[in-house]
Design a protein around this ligand. Structure first.
Ligand code: BGC
Length: 594
């Protein structure tokens, strides 16, 4: 494919400048030229149409290669569960070839500006079958050693770059204040300081390899009742105090992209919220990067599509994730500029931010990083995923049951032999991979099998291990008013697991409960039947090996709760949980605790 060279672009820009001014340009390539002015010069060569094309982010399946060329498309979205050739088992080569053709189409456009390929690699490069699946953010929040988060982010970035992808719609810096929210597991903590510190490690880890997106601006985890895309009734002081700090820290680190949130603050949708986007984010906090809209979120604003686009762009949105109606958006934005409803200066500002993001990420030199399949699920990345999974599990109860010593184990429960459930949402598909075998990883059963004695006979066992689970879900599909062990989105087989725990307890066996879930679940009296209880959350592909090593005590538990664990289903928001909890934030036993 056509290789990009910044010096080539520069030389042509300088010649162009010479034509305009009749002055002899200094063509010395050694002369240091400020990157911003290079991008300003590039911007000045673009037509309005080319500029608007740069602002578009269609979905990979919603645009042809010819259209990428014709419309000077600036970015492609790879939505959750969208795969090359609509094949979720697509090979690494197929992924790379698809991205290569998009990049070739961009280089054939009139502006020849490389496009940026964006994907939700929210726990590893999770749409790609065969990629390492790291623990979800909720697990990262439980980890005490920040360098592990940095390693996870770096490995994720490497598995993106290895396939030619640039832009990650991660990390979410949501502070999930109400665990009824379906996106709780995308949030590292209910405590904003833990989120800010985890995010800082994440950004440091990923930025050498991929462009991160900090999302969803601002206060997405603070909606009333935890309703996804709902309304926040928090006042400004609370938002500034409990939700804004990660963005302040991210801007200090020059984060290139921030995504706006679907939700509303006191009835006003963030995508049209001038105060938060323009006055606070770009004004007061001085954010110089790209403000990206969320998937079709602009269509939730008031008025017809042209009005919605005008509102969002005038409020500060720079790049538009409009997966399938991008072409309508393109023409309507041009019309709005011609009508004077959007100033061309605003378009210039948006495009300069986009070009600068591309320049900083090295896209003009290397539009397409080399294919490197050796990175995918490499031994190194498996080791990182294992360490992260292990460091994130929290021991909640232990009445002398752990570590296991020469047990004969009867293992049961819906997550017992199911890597898909340990991976959770945003794995292969948007709502998660329903298969027990997701192509990578070790199930709990395989993990325990490697350490000791598992039996199929309940009668022969002295120890019963039950792996309870929630179903996999993502976004609003995960909202529930009853996050309990057997209600809401709990796996239907949890009820049988609970009955087994009661029976095993009555039979004098040691009962160990494991919980695979995207949030803390109200446990009621279930814990009366458990001798030990471990919260595994969503540990990813290496969760089985991690839990086995902890149960057998070859490694000790270090994970600490980054959430309050609720006592009842009445107290599920942060304000009530602080006063009435089963386990406090910060809680977590070790194997040597009495
Ligand atoms: C989510 C974003 C995500 C986007 C692209 C939206 O539904 O809210 O977090 O990045 O989809 O997949």
């Amino acid at each position: 494919m056509k290789k990009w060279s910044l010096s080539l672009v520069l030389v042509s820009l300088l010649i162009l400048a010479a034509c305009n001014t009749n002055e002899t340009p200094d063509t010395s390539e050694e002369a240091p030229i400020e990157s911003l002015s290079e991008m300003e010069a590039l911007l000045n060569t673009l037509t309005l149409e080319e500029k608007v094309g740069q602002m578009m982010q269609p979905e990979r399946s919603g645009i042809t290669l010819e259209e990428v060329t014709e419309y000077n498309i600036g970015s492609i979205l790879n939505a959750g569960g969208s795969h090359p050739n609509n094949n979720h088992l697509a090979s690494f080569d197929e992924w790379y070839q698809m991205i290569e053709s998009f990049q070739e189409a961009a280089s054939a456009s009139s502006s020849t500006i490389p496009l940026v390929y964006g994907i939700d690699a929210v726990h590893g490069n999770n749409n790609v079958y065969g990629a390492t699946i790291f623990p979800h953010n909720i697990n990262l929040g439980m980890i005490q050693d920040g360098s592990i988060i940095e390693d996870v982010a770096a490995a994720t970035g490497r598995e993106m770059r290895a396939l030619g992808m640039h832009l990650n719609f991660s990390p979410a810096v949501s502070v999930a204040e109400d665990i009824r929210w379906g996106r709780t597991y995308e949030s590292m903590s209910q405590d904003v300081d833990i989120v800010t510190s985890g995010m800082t490690h994440y950004l440091n880890g990923i930025m050498p390899y991929a462009i991160p997106t900090v999302k969803h601006f601002v206060g997405d985890g603070g909606t009333y009742l935890g309703i996804d895309q709902g309304n926040s009734i928090l006042d400004e002081a609370a938002i500034r105090d409990r939700h804004l700090p990660p963005y302040e820290a991210a801007i200090e680190l020059d984060v290139p992209v921030i995504m706006a949130s679907y939700h509303s603050i006191r009835g006003v949708k963030l995508h049209g919220h001038e105060y938060w986007l323009k006055t606070v984010l770009k004004g007061e906090l001085g954010f110089q990067g790209v403000l990206l809209s969320d998937y079709n979120a602009i269509n939730q604003l008031e008025g017809d599509f042209k009005t919605q686009l005008t509102t969002a762009i005038n409020a500060g949105v720079d790049m538009l994730m409009q997966p399938f109606n991008w072409k309508d958006a393109y023409y309507l934005i041009i019309e709005a500029v011609e009508d004077g409803d959007i100033l061309e200066a605003r378009i210039d500002d948006a495009v300069l931010r986009i070009l600068t993001m591309k320049e900083t990420a090295g896209l003009f030199e290397t539009p397409l990083p080399a294919l490197d399949t050796s990175q995918m699920y490499s031994a190194d990345h498996q080791a990182v995923a294992l360490e992260a999974a292990r460091a994130s599990m929290v021991l909640l109860e232990n009445s002398d049951a752990l570590p296991l010593v020469d047990p004969t184990i009867y293992l049961s429960g819906p997550a017992a032999d199911h890597v898909g459930l340990m991976a959770g949402g945003w794995t292969t598909f948007w709502q998660g991979n329903p298969d027990p075998d997701i192509g990578v990883g070790t199930s709990i059963q395989d993990g325990l099998d490697a350490y000791g004695d598992l039996t199929d006979s309940y009668a022969d066992a002295d120890t019963v291990i039950i792996a309870f689970s929630e179903l996999s879900y993502a976004e609003g599909a995960g909202d529930t008013m009853t996050p309990t062990l057997t209600g809401g989105l709990a796996h239907p087989d949890n009820a049988d697991g609970l009955a087994l725990a009661e029976r095993a307890q009555a039979d004098g066996k040691t009962v160990i409960a494991l919980l695979v879930s995207g949030r803390p679940l109200v446990l009621g009296s279930a814990t009366d039947h458990f001798d030990a209880l471990v919260a595994m959350f969503l540990p990813g592909s290496e969760g089985g090996e991690a839990i086995a090593s902890l149960l057998y005590g070859t490694h000790d538990f270090t994970g600490k709760l980054s959430y309050y664990w609720p006592e009842t289903i009445i107290d599920l928001d942060i304000e009530s949980m602080r006063d009435n909890y089963r386990y406090p934030l910060g809680y977590g036993l070790t194997l040597t605790d009495e």
